[in-house]
Design a binder for this molecule. Structure first.
Ligand SMILES: [Ca+2]
Ligand SMILES: [Ca+2]
Ligand SMILES: [Ca+2]
Length: 269
């Protein structure tokens, strides 16, 4: 079942209901096979939906009674009596994001979801929801996982811009200035791929160090001896790109004087 950009998979339940193309059937069978081994409670049904972030509010994810196979399990009279609600004990954190139709069991997004705020930097963003089916004689819990899919909607941004630094005129080649790394809350696939220096290459060289803890050190390394009397200010632009979007920091480097010139007297007093 596909609804706009929402994708649905039933991980347990009747395969006979999978009235879809041959290719999709194979895919569903594979997913069912994987989840079956993980699901020890035969009474639980696990439904998975995928929703692209920044969705339209009210976007429909699925019809819970149909997707869970209740429409084949019960007659229409019972179906009309069924009531659906979130189990507040397990779904409370995310109940503001979704709605469940009490009578029709329609699962919808309540708001536009910003994955980059909900799960910044995460490779997966799975939201668990437990839906209870009432009344008591038909009670069951339908477990739902909504995977929020990422869009590359965030550009790398430098936390400091312009980056103002002071460098002593006495600095020797190899001296370095550290600038804060750019940030991008998208998932790893849409995160920062590289840094590039686009100006000031004659005097400074960009050095990017990827640390084992996942952080990145960005430095500008001095390439030549400075002479403040010749030039006392440099501007270097550094670009961070995620492959599609980019952000630029302007590094403004002021050269601090070292009194290396003897006083010059134009005339003796
Ligand atoms: Ca977003
Ligand atoms: Ca995003
Ligand atoms: Ca991005």
């Amino acid at each position: 079942m596909q609804l706009a950009s929402v994708h649905f998979t039933m991980e347990k339940g009747s395969l006979k209901r999978a009235i879809i193309s041959t290719y999709q059937t194979v895919l569903v069978v594979a997913l069912v096979a994987i989840s079956w081994a993980q699901n020890t409670n035969e009474d639980d049904t696990l439904l998975r939906y995928r929703l692209a972030e920044e969705n339209e509010p009210q976007q429909v994810l699925g019809n819970i009674p149909m997707d869970a196979g209740l429409d084949t399990k019960y007659g229409s009279a019972v179906l009309q009596d069924l009531r659906f609600s979130f189990l507040s004990t397990t779904s409370s954190k995310f109940m503001d994001y979704f709605t469940i139709g009490e009578q029709n069991g329609l699962l919808q997004a309540a708001v536009s979801i910003d994955r980059d705020e909900l799960c910044p930097h995460q490779s997966t963003c799975d939201i668990p929801l437990d839906i209870s089916v009432q009344p008591g004689q038909y009670f069951q819990i339908i477990k739902v996982i909504v995977s929020i899919e990422d869009l590359n909607d965030m550009s790398p941004t430098f936390p400091e811009n312009p980056v103002e630094r002071v460098l002593s005129e006495a600095s020797v080649p190899g001296a370095s200035l550290t600038i804060p790394a750019a940030e991008d809350p998208d998932s790893p696939q849409y995160n920062i791929k590289r840094y590039q220096q686009i100006t000031g290459q004659d005097t400074f060289e960009l050095k990017v160090t990827n640390n084992s803890d996942g952080t990145v050190d960005i430095q500008l390394v001095l390439k030549q001896v400075l002479d403040r009397e010749t030039k006392d200010f440099y501007q270097v632009e550094v670009v961070a790109t995620d492959g599609e979007k980019s952000g630029t920091a302007t590094v403004e480097i002021t050269i601090r004087d070292v009194n290396d010139n003897n006083p010059r007297y134009d005339k003796y007093i």
